[in-house]
Design a protein around this ligand. Sequence first.
Ligand code: FAD
Length: 443
Amino acid sequence: MNETRQNDKVSVFWFRRDLRLEDNTGLNEALDSGRHILPIFIFDEEILKELPSDDARVTFIYETLFKLDRQLKEWGSSLKVYKGSPLEVWKKIIQEHEIEAVFTNRDYEPYAISRDASIEELLTKKGISFKTFKDQVIFEGNEVLKDDGKPYHVFTPYKNKWLRTFGESGLEIGQAPGQRVSGHNSKAHFLQQKSEFPTMQVLGFKEASIKVRPYDLSCAAAYEKNRDYPSIDGTSHLGPHLRFGTVSVRKIIKSLNPAHEVFQSELIWREFFMQILFHYPRVVNENFKKKYDGIVWRNNEEEFDKWCRGETGYALVDAGMRELNTTGHMHNRVRMITAGFLCKHLLIDWRWGESYFARKLLDYELSSNNGNWQWSAGTGCDAAPYFRIFNPMSQLKKFDKEKRYVRKWISELETDAYPEPMVDHKMARERALEAYKTGMERY
Ligand code: FAD
C-alpha cells in the first residue's frame, strides 16, 4: 500500500479535542486517503492568553501530546507542534508543505466554528480541501431533532429520540492505526519525518501540580446507587478524557449494557447540552429563557470571593469549592448545590459562577458548564424550576450524613475557626423567590 501512495503531496491531520490514535474518525479517514499524513497540533494563543502558564489542562494536553509523539516516533513519524494564532500558523504550514487535503474532527463551539470557517477559506483559496468529521459525539446537533425538524429543548424526549436513533445506527468502533487490518499497515501511512517535540519551557508553559486522573468505568454497575454521595468515589472521572478526546465516546458507549442505563443517560445529557449550544449559541451570554432577563442580581463581590474560597459557612458549599480549588474536580451533586447557592442564596449572576468553574474545572466544557449553570439558576432550557431552592443543610444530612466529605475538605470544621453561615437560609430563600418573581414581572 505504501508504495502506491503518491509521494509529492501530503495530507495533514489536525488534532484538536481528539488526542488519541485509537478510534479517531478523522485520522482514520486521513489514513485511508492515499496520501502520507502529517499529524499536527496547534497550541492556540487565542485560548492560551486567558490561562495561567501552569494551567492544569494545558499540562494535560502537553503530556498527552508527548505520549502521542513518542508513539508516532516509533512508527518513523512524529507530531508537529505549533503555537500561535491558528490562521497565522496555517499560513506558515501551507508554505512549508505541499498539501492535498486537511483532515480534522468537527468542533461545535461558536469560537471553533468561526475559526474553522476562516481556515477553510484560506485553504480553499489555495486549492486545499478541508475535510471535517463527526468524532466527539455519537450524534451531532442536526441528527436528533423533533419530528417537525426543530431542536429539542427538553431532555427526556431528546433522550428517547437519541436512544431510538442509536438503536438504528449500527455504530461501529474503529481501531488504532497500529492494529487496524492485518496486511494493511496504516502506521506506514504517516509521513516519515522527525520533528523535535518542544519542551514546556519553549512553549512558555509551567507544569501544573494538579493532574488529570485516569478514568474508571468500574463505577458504572453501581452508578445509580452511589453517584449522589460525594464521599464515595462512585463516578467515572471521564470528564477531562471526553473533553480532550483521550478516549473515544463510541468506545465508552459500546462498553455499556442495559444495567448501566443511568450512566448512559449522563452521557446523553452531554450531547443534549452540546446540541443546545450548537442551535442556540446565544446561551453563551444570555439566559435560554428570556423571561428571566429582568432579574436584578445583587452581584456582591465580597460575597462572591467568599464563595470562591469556600468560606460561606455552609459546609457542603465550602467543601465543594475547596475540592474544586485543590483538585480541579467537584462532585456533581455538590456542583448543583454550590451553583444553586451562588445564584439563589447570594443572588449572584450565574455567569460569574460559570466563568469561575470554567477557569478551574479540568473537565470544563462550554456546553455542559453553561447548560448546567443555567439549569441551576433556573434560566436554562430544561431547568430546575426557579422556586426549587436547595437547602444546603438538608442536602448535607441527605448526601453526607456522616460528614465524611465535608470533613475531608474543611479541616477547621466544627472549630471556632470555621465561619458562621454568611447568610440566613430562610431569609435568602425568600429574597430569591421575590427577586425571581419581580424579575419575571418586569420582563
Ligand atoms: P460521571 O458521573 O461519571 O458521568 C460520566 C460523564 O457523563 C461525564 O464525564 C460527563 O461527560 C457526562 N455527564 C455527567 N453528568 C452530566 C451533566 N449533568 N451534564 C452534562 N454531561 C454530564 N460537566 C462537564 O463535563 N464539564 C463542565 O464544565 C461541567 N460543568 C458543570 C457545572 C455545574 C454547575 C454542574 C451542576 C454540572 C457540571 N457538569 C459539567 C456536569 C457534571 O457535574 C460532570 O460531568 C461530572 O461531575 C464529571 O464527573 P465524572 O466524569 O466522574 O462524571
